[in-house]
Design a protein around this ligand. Structure first.
Ligand SMILES: [Zn+2]
Ligand SMILES: [Zn+2]
Ligand SMILES: [Zn+2]
Length: 158
């Protein structure tokens, strides 16, 4: 336990937090943690990396390994080779449709996000977000602004 949070002889045992000095905890514990989390050095760079994670691509393109489950939607897939990976399928509308599961022999890739491949719901919810993000980006809105605004103000980088 960090020294500033440890019990000490002068503390009030009925209010075990009362001897804790918020400022001290902040400078001894939170700031070093912050530096640790942003180990890359520049917090601004680390933030950009985080924003990319929050901004998924509009297509999946996952390449299937041998034996990996693949899903195709009988209602929406425009041809029988159209498949989705498990993650995309689970977050798509197609799991409520008539679908068919098969096992990949390896080498194919996930068609999620390919608007030519499905008559409806070409995107799972994850890749639909990627699409939305892209449109916002095109319109000139700050990319990743959504995530940055969730970061507490005192660790935001101006
Ligand atoms: Zn996928
Ligand atoms: Zn997807
Ligand atoms: Zn479907």
């Amino acid at each position: 336990m960090p020294i500033s949070l440890s019990p000490n002889p002068n503390m009030d045992y009925k209010a075990p937090q009362s001897h804790v000095d918020e400022e001290e905890v902040s400078s001894l514990l939170l700031r070093p943690l912050e530096r640790f989390i942003f180990a890359a050095g520049d917090p601004a760079c680390a933030m950009e990396e985080l924003c990319k994670l929050e901004d998924p691509p509009a297509q999946c393109g996952r390449v299937f390994g041998m034996g990996e489950p693949t899903y195709t939607c009988r209602d929406c897939a425009l041809d029988p080779t159209v498949v989705m990976c498990l993650d995309c399928f689970n977050s798509s509308e197609h799991k409520r449709h008539r679908y068919k599961m098969s096992t990949s022999y390896g080498g194919g890739y996930c068609d999620c996000g390919d608007v030519e491949a499905f008559s409806s719901h070409p995107h799972c919810s994850v890749h639909a977000r990627g699409l939305a993000g892209r449109r916002e980006g095109d319109a000139g809105a700050g990319e990743g602004a959504g995530l940055l605004s969730k970061v507490p103000a005192d660790i935001q980088v101006a």
